[in-house]
Design a protein around this ligand. Structure first.
Ligand code: F0G
Length: 374
């Protein structure tokens, strides 16, 4: 607790501030993570994201559904959990710089945590293919952005080679095990919040680091004796970028969910193991199903996530439609905030023309808007 003073109109007020309890995942889960000295911790207070009940969607799929809203992390995606660990380790090891390939969110998180750490950050992205909000974040944090004429998979290969050949540049993609360690903390949080592991965990899958991390977390929770069970892991890919479903890499992955536009997932084995060991599944959903799920989340539950994040809900709705939805408590991870990708919304809707600033015009517009909705 911090106690300060402020002077106003001659009176002295005592101002009491607390840190709000958000100590960041490295401090909170110290016993579960690689050892990091206190002086090296790079945190922005990530983690402790809300677990939100979804009554309308629960009704649609016929079982109890919660949303783990990872868009509430400091850079508005789940990547912050892994980045705090990766950058803290980089600082502890006196690294000069970090590099990552990205469809946008890894880049935004790497940029923010590097800025905080005071080390250089290079992000390699497919030219013109990352969502506007994510590009803006990278620019705001002053990272060096390199746009390549190639897709994410090419960007990852180049970044890996740069990290290997240049020596003092750390790769902060999820092939870096420190990222996985950080991301697994979301499983621990879920078990704590529910008092036990969920029966099923649902999430979008791109490069497959996150499903690998969640499964590691659940297994460790069970291994530590806190639970007898672990959830079934249900992963969903976008149909146009679904190598784990078809069993072959996609040379030209394509989907509206740009975050998961990935043709050759680096953590493929981790994903397949999670699904096999947990008795889960990996299936695909169409872009149309993804956008429909995003609209339902925003319009009925009041939760605005980016398209990729809605892939899990799209998958659940599809399973429910085929009478294959699992029973029990389901948690769907909403991996990133909707504000990351404003263009997806603006393509389908636009602001109306301005009207005169009169009461009559206001009421006329209200009636017109209500008529249009009917
Ligand atoms: N959801 C969002 C919002 C993402 O940004 C990503 C991955 C995923 C889901 C899939 O997670 O790759 O661990 O299976 N984004 C990476 C990036 C690839 O560069 O930001 P995954």
């Amino acid at each position: 607790m911090h106690v300060g003073q402020s002077l106003e109109k001659g009176a002295i007020y005592l101002v009491t501030r607390t840190s709000g309890g958000r100590q960041g995942v490295v401090r909170k889960y110290r016993d579960w993570l690689p050892g990091i000295p206190d002086w090296a911790i790079v945190t922005l207070g990530e983690g402790e994201t809300p677990l939100i009940e979804a009554p309308h969607l629960s009704e649609r799929i016929g079982t109890r559904l919660y949303l783990k809203f990872e868009g509430m992390n400091p850079t508005a995606s789940f990547k912050d959990r892994g980045m705090t660990v990766a950058l803290s380790v980089a600082v502890a090891g006196a690294s000069r710089a970090c590099i990552c390939a990205s469809t946008g969110n890894t880049a935004a998180a790497a940029a923010a945590y590097s800025a905080r750490a005071g080390i250089s950050c290079f992000v390699v992205v497919p030219a013109g293919k990352i969502a506007l909000g994510k590009a803006v974040q990278v620019l705001a944090h002053g990272a060096k952005i390199i746009q390549i004429q190639g897709n994410f998979d090419a960007a990852l290969k180049l970044s890996q080679k740069a990290a290997e050949d240049l020596g003092d540049v750390v790769l902060v993609n999820s092939v870096n095990p420190d990222r996985i360690e950080g991301q697994k903390t979301a499983s621990l949080e879920l078990c704590e919040a529910l008092g036990r592991p969920p029966d099923t965990l649902v999430l979008p899958v791109g490069n497959a680091g996150n499903i690998t991390a969640y499964w590691k977390g659940f297994k460790e929770w069970r291994g530590a004796g806190f639970a007898d069970t672990a959830p079934r892991m249900f992963g969903f890919q976008a149909e146009g970028a679904s190598p784990l479903v078809t069993g072959r890499d996609f040379e030209h992955p394509e989907t509206v969910a740009s975050a998961i536009r990935i043709g050759a997932p680096a953590s493929k084995e981790g994903a397949l193991t999670a699904v096999r060991e947990s008795g889960g599944l990996i299936e695909s959903v169409t872009d149309e199903e993804i956008l429909h799920a995003q609209a339902l989340l925003a319009g009925e539950e009041g939760v605005f996530c980016e398209p990729a994040s809605a892939a899990g809900i799209a998958g659940l709705l599809k399973l429910a439609g085929e009478d294959r939805c699992p029973e029990g408590t389901i948690v769907s991870v909403l991996t990133g905030h909707g504000l990351k990708d404003p263009d997806v919304i603006l393509k389908r809707a636009s602001l109306p023309e301005p009207v005169p600033a009169t009461f009559e015009a206001l009421v006329g517009s209200m009636e017109k808007a209500e008529r249009a909705e009917r």
